[in-house]
Design a protein around this ligand. Structure first.
Ligand code: ZN
Length: 245
């Protein structure tokens, strides 16, 4: 049987059969990987804390040519983010990020950016950066990485760059300046537009703080709706966030 190993983050874990678990991994350089972890649901098992949500590890696996799922043989925990991820004030944000990645990244997607992005978000939350701002940063970069982010500084109709508020087209594909807007309902303030532009050149843990410039909730809702619109899915875990209540 062919074997391989990969650096990956655990995005989901669910029971499978009596004693096994079904695991979704985000690999560092080959997108998502779905795997069976034999015996992982047993109290004593060889995986330990390796399969907790957002554990980062080196995973060894093998596969059969005729089966879609690979089988995990063993692995080595590199870093556990469980204390951060499982904290009550964080856990639903991380559920949402995992759900977004699972639903929007194709299998065998050879893009290392999403892995680096999630890794940066996790490490920034360890440093106690605000969870809602980290989610917003993640959403903006996920869209940018997929080539779906609009230009925050240019009207998509008249190319005007001189506006202090812009309206998002109803199909989410571009902004309209005040002169070009018609019946669009979602608008972004100058601060929100500047923030989106700023993320292109700054890390999430950049010391400059946006706290107090604007509240991130409205932009979080717009970005999540945009991801749902382009992906043609709805995100179940967003309902648990205060931004959506
Ligand atoms: Zn315009």
């Amino acid at each position: 049987m062919p074997q391989a190993s990969t650096l990956a983050l655990v995005l989901s874990s669910s029971p499978l059969h009596e004693q096994d678990k079904l695991i979704t991994l985000l690999t560092a350089d080959r997108g998502l990987l779905k795997a069976v972890a034999p015996g992982a649901a047993k109290l004593k098992n060889r995986f330990g804390s390796l399969l907790e949500l957002f554990s980062e590890g080196e995973f060894n696996y093998y596969w059969h040519e005729d089966k879609e799922l690979v089988t995990l043989s063993k692995g080595e925990l590199i870093k556990s983010f469980f204390p951060v991820v499982s904290a009550a004030e964080n856990v639903f944000y991380f559920y949402l990020m995992a759900e977004i990645v699972i639903k929007s990244i194709p299998l065998n997607h050879q893009d290392t950016r999403i892995y680096k992005l999630l890794s940066a978000i996790l490490r920034s939350r360890e440093k106690k950066l605000a969870m809602d701002w980290l989610l917003l940063y993640f959403l903006v970069w996920l869209l940018r990485g997929e080539g779906l982010l609009f230009n925050p500084q240019r009207c998509s109709n008249c190319a005007n760059r001189d506006f202090v508020r812009a309206w998002l087209r109803n199909d989410y594909r571009g902004l309209l300046c005040p002169a070009c807007k018609t019946n669009e309902r979602q608008s972004l303030s100058q601060e929100e537009l500047t923030y989106i532009h700023w993320t292109a050149t700054h890390a999430p843990d950049d010391p400059r703080t946006w706290d107090g410039n604007f509240a991130p909730a409205a932009l979080i809702r717009i970005m999540v709706s945009k991801i749902e619109y382009h992906g043609e899915f709805s995100l179940q875990s967003r309902r648990y966030l205060p931004e959506f209540r």
